[in-house]
Design a protein around this ligand. Structure first.
Ligand code: LFR
Length: 478
């Protein structure tokens, strides 16, 4: 009921968090309980090295965070989990087979080749409505099939579904995240049996779907005891982090565009119907499943990943005497750069794998006869200009493809706190940018739980939820 104690587990590609939430007087109050880093691990494999998620460490951090949350709140009324999309574990009789791969593992290009032997890009798009990304689950599974893993496995669980299984013992596939696999029919909203058949992937691997707001189950006895909150229900939310983030974009009208800006920037519109035109496919737009049946018509533009990988590179290279780079200082220095800096294609595949981004940016420029940025502030400025340019171009494409014009652009997530990025986006698009909330993903996660457990009107629409967001978090206009 009202004042319910809700826990959001939100796992990003670089860090995870557990946040307590409660709705009171039309506002969502949030308390940060735990924050932990998400550091992928490289494991030796035949033929090379695999990049994997340290999934059991993440799970441990989730349990610990939930334990603290339950202690602080005096119990929990619901738990909801979201994470990045696409990645999965294979299981057999409930046991995980191997360590889940990170979508940035470089093996995926070969998966694309294998799928192409059976289906064209146009066939895949018209079935799933999904943009082409080399790491989409449909391509990763081709490698599992080749390795014989699909014959061993009896279950596939996407990352939030895997954590939900470990918490409750219930194996389901949450629908928004399932829509990123490439295996869900864009029209039917169910697993595409014909597509699975052509790919040779067993239909039985895929669990029954569950919609955001439905109850997955309750904590197993053992987990409930460890966390100190026996019997707590786990509620399905928009378990794809971007789906939860879009719930909490404080749009006041349907003529707004959004940018969910974190490791990635997801740039697009919320629609009622998918856009499945050839033009949409050629522009590589996606029609991902949103909460309450909305369509997330958007495109993956790179994001703060370019910045965080650059900083990681610089920190690695720093000697003890040299200061580790400080983000606020770097951004200020970047804004002060007066020399023109190059705008590179932030979406180029060369920037997907982890590594030395400043060197890759320099190489991208040199290969095209463009003078590369010279100093760290110039590199940062170049990244910000390139992201803002990509945002502007992508919004214009989305508008043209969907046949509508956005009067404002919302930026939510970490990037909403990056003032230079928001300013440049306003400049390059010539539109008003409304920045915030920074914790949109956790807010969307919590609000869907609040509605499900009756802490707010169970009949509330997304527009009603967004009104709560507007009442709960300040925004900054540019
Ligand atoms: C953002 C995100 C994107 C997805 C990418 C990989 O965190 O979920 O929406 O394309 O990560 O899963």
């Amino acid at each position: 009921g009202p004042g319910a104690r809700l826990a959001a587990v939100d796992l990003g590609a670089t860090s995870g968090r557990v946040i307590l939430g409660a709705v009171e007087g039309g506002r969502l109050r949030m308390r940060h309980i735990a924050r932990f880093s998400n550091d992928p691990v490289r494991l030796t494999e035949d033929g090379g090295v695999g990049l994997h998620w340290n999934i059991t460490a993440l799970y441990q951090s989730v349990e610990d965070g939930l334990c603290t949350a339950a202690a602080e709140a005096g119990g929990l009324d619901s738990i909801g989990i979201d994470s990045w999309a696409v990645d999965y574990a294979l299981l057999r009789t409930g046991r995980m087979l191997g360590v889940p791969y990170h979508y940035r593992d470089e093996r995926t290009a070969r998966g694309v080749e294998l799928v192409r032997e059976r289906l064209t890009a146009a066939e895949l798009f018209s079935a799933s409505g999904l943009q082409h990304l080399d790491f989409n689950t449909v391509f990763q599974l081709a490698l599992e099939a080749e390795g014989g893993w699909l014959e061993l496995a009896d279950r596939l669980l996407l990352i939030p579904d895997l954590l939900g299984y470990w918490l409750t013992g219930q194996a389901r596939a949450e629908a928004t995240n399932a829509s990123t696999t490439g295996l869900l029919g864009v029209r039917s909203g169910t697993w595409d049996a014909a597509l699975l058949e052509r790919l040779g992937y067993p239909r039985a691997l895929l669990p029954d779907l569950i919609a955001p707001g439905e109850r997955l189950g309750t904590l197993t006895t053992a987990v409930g005891e460890r966390i100190g909150a026996p019997g707590t229900p786990v509620t399905a939310v928009g378990s794809h982090d971007t789906a939860s983030a879009v719930v909490a974009v404080p749009m006041e009208s349907r003529s707004a565009a959004y940018i969910s800006s974190g490791t990635w920037s997801l740039v697009g519109l919320e629609l009622d119907e998918p856009v499945l035109s050839t033009a949409a496919q050629e522009a590589n737009f996606t029609n991902e499943g949103g909460v309450d049946g909305r369509v997330r018509f958007l495109k993956n533009v790179s994001g703060l990943w370019l910045l965080s990988e650059s900083m990681r590179t610089w920190e690695r290279g720093s000697s003890g005497s040299e200061r580790a780079s400080d983000l606020a200082e770097l951004l200020a220095a970047a804004e002060a750069v007066e020399r023109p800096v190059p705008v590179f294609d932030a979406g180029d595949e060369v920037f997907v794998a982890p590594g030395d981004m400043p060197a890759r940016i320099a190489q991208w420029c040199s290969q095209r006869g463009i003078e590369p940025p010279r100093t760290r502030p110039e590199v940062v400025r170049s990244i910000l200009e390139s992201l803002a340019a990509a945002y502007a171009q992508t919004i214009e494409q989305a508008e043209a493809l969907a046949g509508r014009r956005a009067d404002v652009i919302h930026i939510v997530g970490g990037g909403s706190q990056n003032a230079p990025l928001c300013r440049l986006t306003a400049q390059r698009t010539g539109r008003t940018v409304i920045a915030g909330p920074v914790e949109a993903t956790a807010m969307g996660n919590l609000l869907v739980q609040a509605r499900a457990v009756g802490a707010i009107d169970p009949a509330a629409s997304l527009e009603d939820l967004r009104e709560i967001v507007r009442a709960s978090a300040p925004v900054q206009r540019y």
